[in-house]
Design a protein around this ligand. Sequence first.
Ligand SMILES: [Zn+2]
Length: 450
Amino acid sequence: MKVSKKESNVYWNPIIETLPMEKLRDLQFMKFKKILEWAYKRSKFHRRLYQEAGLKPGDIKTFEDVAKVPKVEKSMMMDIQRKDPFPYGEALCVPLEEVTEFRQTSGTTGTPIYQPDTWQDWEWWSEAWAYLLYAQGYRKTDRVFLPFGYNIFVAFWAGHYAAEKIGCEVVPGGVLDTEARILKIQELRATAMMATPTYVLGMADTARKKLGIDPARDLSIRKITCAGEPGASIPSTKQRMEEAWGAKVYDHVGATEVGAWGFECTAQPGGLHVNEALFLVHLEDIETGETIEKPGRKGKIIITALDRIAQPCIRFDSKDVAEWSKDPCPCGRTFRLIRGGVVGRADDITKIKGVLVAPSAIEEVVHSIKGLSDEFEVVVTKKGDLDDITLKIEILPDEERNREAILVQLKDQLRLKTNLGYNIEVHPYNSLPRYEVKAKRFKDLRKKCE
Ligand SMILES: [Zn+2]
């Protein structure tokens, strides 16, 4: 099919984003072999990993062979860092003086991982973000506001550079507090912004309560790019954000050690495209490790950044869980879709009373009920041998009269969607913790109770 001039305006890279699948696989395989060879030659860590598995880069002859390459886990990176060359250690593949960017992971699951990038890597970061922002409708005419603290975490740094690369006007809303950020958005008539779902909802709340500003009516933000939490792929949370801001809300996934590897497009197909120009993603059965090619089964995401050179990311076990979508996206991109975004972390999807539960399923229910506030908390404890699960919620002040009906609806929906019964605790409005960036709403205290 010929791409017309008008259609070509939909894609950041009209050729690669519409490449037939076989050609995309060829391109990915060629790049995979190159980065594997690169790491084998230059990183002591990777060479040791592959030698121990009896594997040389030359053994990878077909696309299927990729699954034979050993995976890298975050814990392995912790062991090799802070050593020579300080502070990155044995996975560094370039001379230290080539490194131009330092970032680190947040360390919520242990010691933070340091992430070096060269200037070439940094350009690659912004290229990955340019694909996603362009797919979400960012253009030269946009004025993009970034309400985020620019610091050692990568967060929206690359989004900033990519928006500039596309030609948008970028306003860094760094050290301002939430109220000052909202007033700046209003003053400058910003048209787009990027933030975590928790902060998008928190900002709207502050605007209404403290400033008497209704973001949907009084501000001109029409596109919001989310990251850091799955909220923008949870339908009820997405709807809350879109209604609060009168804007389209789009999801994106990425990680410090990986890059920005997946994005939602303006077609909002109920899933995320894997950026297959720059990444190779395998889904793997959580128990058997078997590669999942077909829709209908959830698996762990194993991911390779095909062009990142300073500290390569080759078959990284992200511990995130997703499933392939069965339908192609109406936008015409041939990049595969994962259905409903990242549905959870392999670590977070826990068994409660013998039932597998993803925290995002509880969020979906709470945010689908109109009379409840955005905040909630889930606490799992052990009483004797039995798991006990408490859900703390807040009822909106003007919905108090419907309290009984709201609680009945909540209990029914929870049982239906998560197969569990909960102790429901209603807390006074505005009393549950509010989070600035990422929320910590799921607390599993069972180990401490033992
Ligand atoms: Zn699409």
